[in-house]
Design a binder for this molecule. Structure first.
Ligand code: MLC
Ligand code: AMP
Length: 501
């Protein structure tokens, strides 16, 4: 079934209910949702796009941006959300790889996309600004507001999400209608969303946390979103009295706790706080509990699989763990071919209707990431407790998670190494009070080179997304290596940790 049709199957009964309210108080009902997504779907279909064709968007968060996603879903097209921090080089790769037929961008990026379009199959370009204006808005406004939702099967492609790779090359995770429909329903039930809920939505909508987890259960429940363009602790304090639930990355909770006004009284009426995308530190978990009386519910997920495990709604929410496998999701922890017992660390492998269909145009890579018996290897290292709670104790993949965004060291190292005066570099993640982990670079200069920290930072900043830019650059005479010649990143991490931030 088409996931949009599934999410909105009870829409007729709640047309006048509010689906989304913006920061400025503008409300969109479920009837508006129906009309706006119909317009988007009509426009895209009338352009000649058909099932499986890609629609890419690099736009600011706005109701129109959300309707673009849901309209594409409704038309059976594959939506390709792009982080607004991505720069030209990153975007060029995604467009070439995914070959979208339509690209929607911010007005100020039109020239960049026009230049890239020539090398990537000449997609039709539209603009959309943060207020919902632009050429897309004009075209959508003129399109018919009725649309018969395109029938799709569970296996049909709904979204492609690019995740960085260990080699520096990004992979497009192919997420299907069946994946998002099943995961959305499981989360609505597990976290008990009903039409009485109001979710404070401050996450970006170009990754699965803000786009799927914080939207699909709301649609299914007929609940309401308080839809803010971005996270801001003060704005959250002002909005929380009207909310019943909130979702965020750990940095949101760290920043809320830094606000003196964030106390028990302000959130006494709240039903649920959910954290994910990165590890929630035990300190944050405990401080939140003592300050507010609420226990944050931590869950674990990834682009390739939506949500995988969750702490319970009722029962003990245990800090430092990500809870139990969600209904319909199988999780095993293995050391090689052997299943690990409680207390033993191993690779987390998963199976279920939530698991994606593979990497876009990378059959080899897809095969490598699945076991012979069909389980997806997450690349995370986990451990069971005796009573069945899963903890994430490490990552097999060489990944840094900063403020909930993933950064692969290899990608940054390649950029730094290209700078004249750099002989080689190593990038590691180090503890950071706000972002959990921060990117740090260790650089070896070529003989006689005069580059400094500012030069390296400026160079990286000019090439790739800002959250990937090292917060600190340290110069060393040589990189520590093991007997195999591999850089000993653990050693570097310890050496650099004291010097950040
Ligand atoms: C911003 N900056 C960051 C950063 N975010 N640096 C490191 N890590 C980050 N996450 C830097 C910018 O480069 C900029 O630097 C400066 O901070 C200010 O930028 P900003 O945009 O004003 O920052 P701010 O609004 O404070 O953003 C911080 C944040 C944001 C935590 C609110 O990063 C955020 O919304 N993160 C959520 C990420 C997310 O949704 N992840 C879900 C992935 S899905 P300069 O030098 O340029 O000024 C997933 C699966 C799952 O993981 O399980 O959910
Ligand atoms: P992404 O590829 O952006 O979807 O990020 C997915 C990765 O985020 C997972 O593979 C984990 O490494 C990490 N992650 C998500 N949730 C948690 C969590 N609660 N605790 C620790 N790591 C998490």
């Amino acid at each position: 079934m088409n996931a949009y049709a599934f999410f909105t199957r009870d829409l007729a009964a709640r047309r006048e209910a509010v689906f989304l309210e913006t920061e400025s108080g503008r409300c969109y009902t479920y009837a508006d949702l129906d009309r706006e997504t119909a317009r988007v779907a009509s426009l895209l279909t009338n352009l000649g796009l058909a099932k499986g064709d890609r629609v890419a968007a690099q736009v600011e968060k706005s109701p129109a941006a959300l309707f673009l996603y849901l309209g594409a879903l409704r038309a059976g097209l594959a939506y390709l959300p792009l982080n607004t921090a991505y720069q030209r080089g990153e975007l060029g790769y995604f467009l070439k790889d995914a070959e979208p037929r339509v690209v929607v961008c911010r007005p100020e990026m039109l020239e960049t996309f026009a230049a890239l379009a020539h090398e990537s199959g000449d997609p039709k370009l539209y603009t959309l600004d943060e207020r919902g204006g632009g050429s897309l808005a004009e075209a959508v406004a003129a399109a018919p507001d009725r649309f018969e939702t395109v029938a799709t099967s569970d296996a049909d492609l709904a979204v492609i999400i690019y995740t960085s790779g260990t080699t520096g090359r990004s992979k497009g995770a192919m997420v299907t209608h069946g994946n998002i429909a099943s995961n959305g329903e499981v989360l609505r039930d597990y976290w008990r969303f009903t039409e009485r809920d109001v979710l404070l939505h401050m996450l970006p909508i170009f990754h699965v946390h803000g786009l799927f987890v914080a939207v699909h259960p709301i649609l299914l429940a007929g609940a309401k979103l308080l839809f803010h363009a971005k996270f801001d602790a003060r704005a959250a304090l002002a909005a929380l009295p009207r909310a019943s639930a909130m979702m965020g990355v750990p940095t949101f909770y760290v920043r809320l706790l830094a606000e003196p006004g964030f106390d028990r009284r302000l959130v006494a009426h709240m039903r649920l706080f959910v954290s994910g995308s990165a590890p929630l530190l035990l300190d944050t978990f405990a401080e939140f509990q003592s300050r507010t009386g609420h226990t944050i519910l931590e869950r674990y997920g990834m682009s390739e699989a939506g949500m995988i495990t969750s702490n319970p709604y009722e029962g003990e929410r245990r800090g430092g763990t990500v809870g139990f496998p969600l209904p319909g999701v199988s999780v095993r922890v293995r050391d090689g071919e052997r299943e690990c017992g409680p207390g033993e660390a191993g690779g987390i492998e998963i199976r279920g209707a939530n698991v994606f269909a593979g990497y876009w145009r990378m059959p080899e890579k897809t095969r490598e990431e699945f076991t012979a018996d069909g389980w997806f290897k997450t690349g995370d290292v986990g451990q069971w407790s005796a009573d069945g709670y899963l903890s994430i104790v490490g990552r097999a993949k060489d990944l840094i998670i900063s403020g909930g965004y993933n950064v692969y060291p290899k990608e940054i190292e390649l950029v730094i190494d290209a700078l004249p005066g750099v002989a080689e570099s190593a990038v590691v993640g180090v503890p950071h009070p706000d972002f959990g982990e921060a990117v740090a670079a260790i650089v070896v200069k070529t003989q006689g080179a005069t580059i400094d920290e500012a030069a390296v930072i400026a160079h990286v900043k000019s090439q790739i997304a800002n959250y990937k830019v090292p917060k600190r650059v340290v110069f060393v005479a040589e990189l520590p290596r093991n007997a195999m010649g591999k850089v000993r990143k653990n050693v570097l991490r310890e050496q650099v940790a004291q010097r950040v931030p």
